[in-house]
Each structure stands twice: as structure tokens, then as C-alpha cells.
Design a protein around this ligand. Structure first.
Ligand SMILES: [Zn+2]
Length: 120
């Protein structure tokens, strides 16, 4: 975790944990609302304000990933399809281990280990 040095790009959302979610998968952007009946899970993170939410969303977009800011409840929501559920769980674990900080490295790490996770 030595690469987690850029504190200017770290935010501390209060992770609300993983629960049911209706947002597209953050990795493949598969949207269950469009023709898929299976449940999807996602991570919700309460953020301070829209500015922080937008910055977190931008971290995802910069890595060609997907996240959405929901202005009504001031939360960033990160969905995962069934295939990428393990990545989402890894992401939550990494965020928790980093004392609820989220940053581009953590996001990248959760995606890079996709292949290893598939063999579990
Ligand atoms: Zn997916």
C-alpha cells in the first residue's frame, strides 16, 4: 500500500456497505435495469457534498469505469454485476483497510485483481 501517498486525491466517504443497488456495474457498465432480472449489488458511500461526490465519480471515469452521484441522498453509488461482485467486495475491503479513504489506486487495484479473483 506504499502507493497511497497522494492524500489530495483521497476522500473519506462513510461507506454504507454493500446492498441492493440499481446502478450499472462499475467495471462492465452492465445495467440490470435494461433487460436483466437478476439482483445487482452496489456500494453506497455518503459524501459531504456534491463536489466531493463528483470528484469520486471522476476517479472512476478517468479509469474508464462507472460510478454515479445521486444528488437526492448525496451518495456515490457503485454497482457491480454478478461477475464483478468479487471486485466490488475487494473494493470495499480496500476502502475499509484504508480507513474509509477512496482514491484512484484503490479503484485500480480492485479492478486489476479481476483475473485472480475469477480463479477463486
Ligand atoms: Zn460487470
Amino acid at each position: 500500500m506504499t502507493e497511497l501517498t497522494d492524500s489530495s486525491e483521497s476522500y473519506v466517504p462513510s461507506s454504507l456497505g454493500i446492498g441492493l443497488c440499481f446502478d450499472p456495474c462499475y467495471i462492465c457498465a452492465e445495467n440490470i435495469n435494461e433487460g436483466h432480472a437478476e439482483l445487482v449489488y452496489g456500494m453506497s458511500a455518503a459524501v459531504e457534498n456534491r463536489d466531493v461526490g463528483d470528484r469520486i465519480v471522476n476517479m472512476y471515469l478517468e479509469q474508464e469505469l462507472y460510478a454515479e452521484f445521486h444528488p437526492c441522498d448525496v451518495q456515490v453509488k457503485i454497482g457491480a454485476c454478478r461477475k464483478h461482485m468479487k471486485n466490488l467486495m475487494l473494493l470495499e475491503k480496500l476502502v475499509t483497510e484504508a480507513e474509509n479513504k477512496i482514491n484512484p489506486n484503490i479503484i485500480k487495484q480492485s479492478v486489476q485483481e479481476e483475473n485472480e479473483l475469477d480463479t477463486l
